[in-house]
Design a protein around this ligand. Sequence first.
Ligand code: PMP
Length: 286
Amino acid sequence: MTRIVYLNGDYLPENEAKISIFDRGFLMADGVYEVTTVLGGKLLDFAGHAKRLERSLSELEMDKPAGFDDLLEIHRELVRANDIEDGLIYLQITRGSDGDRDFAYPAAGTPATLMLFTQSKPGLATSPAAQKGIKVISIPDQRWGRRDIKTVQLLYPSMGKMMAKTAGCDDAWMIEDGHVTEGTSNNAYIIKNGRIITRHLGNEILHGITRAAVLRFAREAQMEVEERAFTLAEALAADEAFITSASAFVMPVVEIDGVAVGSGAPGPVASRLREIYIDESRKAAV
Ligand code: PMP
């Protein structure tokens, strides 16, 4: 089955969707994105992703090419057209193109590029990795200073992922001034004496939609949450560690820089949070 994608108002077979070589997303990484998870054919926390998208656009003074209802309809149509039971929907908006290359933004009124595609991932919520946990390495955080904006400039996170792979691990936690910022494509957490510790919001990390939901569920379950920066040394001495993202949900981290975290197996708090997050998100899915 040929994948149907969305580009600037049209639903097209993927090989018919074409974008200008002058598109600023291509030339300047001048674009933002969102990834929304589909479970059982329904969208998880669509409202959260739509809200963050709006914020990313506004921080970059980019026009919004479609409203909430239109975006929701496009997501749903792609789920239908591609028969997605479990998977992801990738959305990207760029500042478009005015037919040449220039550092200055194009003239006002230049249409943005709006593109979406689906990725089918059967059994996404029952990933075997969650039973085993993942291994991470630490690397310096060498990204730009506005990580709260979800831009498509993902070269350093890609390099980090490759450094992890080369080291026989799954991902990298990035370190700045001795403190963990986040994973290459996820937020980072440790658990010490029953307290869930994760970095506070700011320009240094992406404000994860999964993070917001997991912290809400944790507080509702009377778990203690501390939003503050933690050091790599704290992480190495933690009882448990985990990451969150729209596609990984809550994923236990069992090793950091070759050192086992706690027992070296997924811990009870991370496992419980994963269960709660998946259950509650399914219930609220649209
Ligand atoms: N941090 C970074 C750097 C990310 O790329 C992502 C996922 N895009 C996250 C955190 C997690 O965000 P979310 O829970 O919204 O997927």
